[in-house]
Design a protein around this ligand. Structure first.
Ligand code: GTP
Ligand code: MG
Length: 182
């Protein structure tokens, strides 16, 4: 959606936040949109969404609509509905739990099968290795690098919703990619 007058543009982008249950999707969204973190785990049912407004440059305002999809939804019949009109995605895993990294491939396949841009191309995707504040990391960096290369994921970040690490950077990268492809 583009609203423009002579020198001001306002854009609306839908981003998906997906990955296994408990990896910190809701925590990442909350940190990014509200600047808060809680260590209580409240399972997301279905999907939630939040808005983040970015004053990108003096002429451009971007409203990011972040769709925080419940981890247990991968086999749910709603995913196709939730994915509709998305222009980018952040795929999240928990760096301390290997099973959540193993699931990334399944989430990626689901995403690539169900979401394409109007011109038929894939949407930009980044990988977030969340809970980077936990000292025990279960997955070696080289393995994540290789996975991204093999699967054409442009970028990955070690993030922490708890310590506010790399979340702004990761979202910024995605926005830049979306703008580039416009
Ligand atoms: P579902 O809604 O079930 O799909 O899970 P989710 O991916 O939304 O996970 P959620 O954000 O609810 O986080 C799960 C648990 O991990 C909570 O107890 C969070 O406090 C914790 N958590 C999330 N992010 C971090 C982080 O960066 N570091 C640490 N140490 N804990 C985190
Ligand atoms: Mg959640």
């Amino acid at each position: 959606v583009t609203l423009s007058n002579y020198n001001h543009k306002e854009l609306l982008f839908k981003f998906l936040i997906i990955g296994d249950y408990g990896v910190g999707k809701t925590a990442v969204v909350r940190r990014y949109t509200e600047g808060k973190f809680s260590s209580n785990y409240k399972v997301t049912i279905g999907a939630d969404f939040a808005i983040k407004t970015l004053n990108w440059d003096p002429h451009t305002k971007i409203n990011l609509q972040l769709w925080d999809i419940a981890g247990h939804e991968r086999f749910g019949y709603m995913t196709r509905v939730y994915y509709k009109y998305a222009v980018a995605a952040a795929l999240v895993f928990d760096i301390s739990r290997i099973t959540t990294f193993q699931s990334v491939k399944k989430w990626l396949n689901d995403l690539r099968e169900k979401v394409t841009l109007p011109d038929g191309s894939n949407i930009p995707i980044i990988l977030l290795a969340n809970k980077g504040d936990i000292k025990h990391t279960a997955i070696p960096t080289e393995q994540i690098n290789k996975f991204c290369k093999d699967n054409k994921i442009a970028q990955w970040y070690v993030t922490s919703a708890k310590e506010n690490k790399n979340i702004d950077e990761a979202m910024h990268f995605l926005v830049e990619n979306v703008l580039k492809s416009k």
